[in-house]
Design a protein around this ligand. Structure first.
Ligand code: ADP
Length: 232
């Protein structure tokens, strides 16, 4: 079953730049998909449209039955509950400790304390950070901060996890550790994962579906899980 359908999507920004041309894509529930391409090829634009940070100029994006572009502003929370987002720069709240950072979104939706506790501990175990619950972001390494960000993104058990260059600030060894965490989330929780990246080594090692964008167009969609330096 398709979790995401991108149908004839075009995105033109107000300054006249067309970031994506007539894009069509289907992503099934449970898939792990890389989106790659040179800087400026449209990766962030595609990803931002999925969580309704941007809207397509033409076409439709359907996520879990929700027509994202048509969603009224007051209903965007319905989409956001179905997905989690992880960014390159972690975006943790500096004054909250690890536990509080992960619990925050659940507290906002009024979940019971004991349920919050069970969920937070479960995801912190999954990302390998159970021992750091009381640490603050500035006491953690970059890799640990990204683990917290992943825990926070999955604590509400979303169907979709969107990752925008999640290893962009990390060294190669730490990057592969983060990829193991993402793979565990995909396998153990069944979460569909879309990850934009520049990192060729990661893509070549992981052997997942790879969508290549080139100047706003779909250049290749392959299951081979590898790409050469010539292909972007
Ligand atoms: P990538 O993530 O692959 O680097 P982007 O989606 O960020 O690519 O950018 C695609 C194109 O759209 C680029 O030409 C970029 O300059 C342009 N672009 C991105 N965001 C905006 C914006 N907010 N306003 C105008 N142009 C933008």
């Amino acid at each position: 079953m398709d979790l995401i359908r991108v149908i004839n999507v075009e995105k033109q920004y107000k300054n006249g730049v067309t970031a994506l041309y007539n894009l069509n894509l289907n992503i099934k529930k449970g898939e792990f998909v890389f989106v790659i391409g040179a800087s400026g090829s449209g990766k962030s634009t595609l990803i931002k449209m999925m969580y309704r940070e941007e809207k397509p100029t033409k076409g439709q994006i359907i996520i879990g039955g929700i027509n994202v572009a048509k969603l009224r502003n007051g209903k965007v929370y319905k989409l956001r509950r179905k997905l989690g987002v992880v960014f390159q720069d972690y975006k943790l709240l500096p004054k909250l400790n690890v536990y509080e950072n992960v619990a925050f979104a659940l507290e906002c939706i009024g979940m019971h304390k004991s349920e919050i506790r069970a969920r937070v501990i479960k995801v912190l175990k999954l990302v390998g950070l159970k021992e750091k619950v009381k640490s603050y972001p500035d006491q953690l390494s970059g890799g640990e901060q990204q683990r917290v960000a992943i825990a926070r993104a999955i604590v509400n058990d979303p169907k979709l996890l969107i990752c925008d260059e999640p290893t962009g600030n990390l060294d190669p060894v730490t990057s592969m550790e983060i990829m193991s965490v993402l793979e565990a989330v995909n396998k153990k929780l069944g979460t569909t994962i879309i990850m934009a990246t520049h990192d060729k080594d990661i893509v070549n090692r992981m052997k997942k579906r790879v969508i290549i964008l080139d100047r706003g167009q779909l250049k290749k969609d392959s299951m081979e899980g590898a790409f050469s330096y010539e292909s972007v």
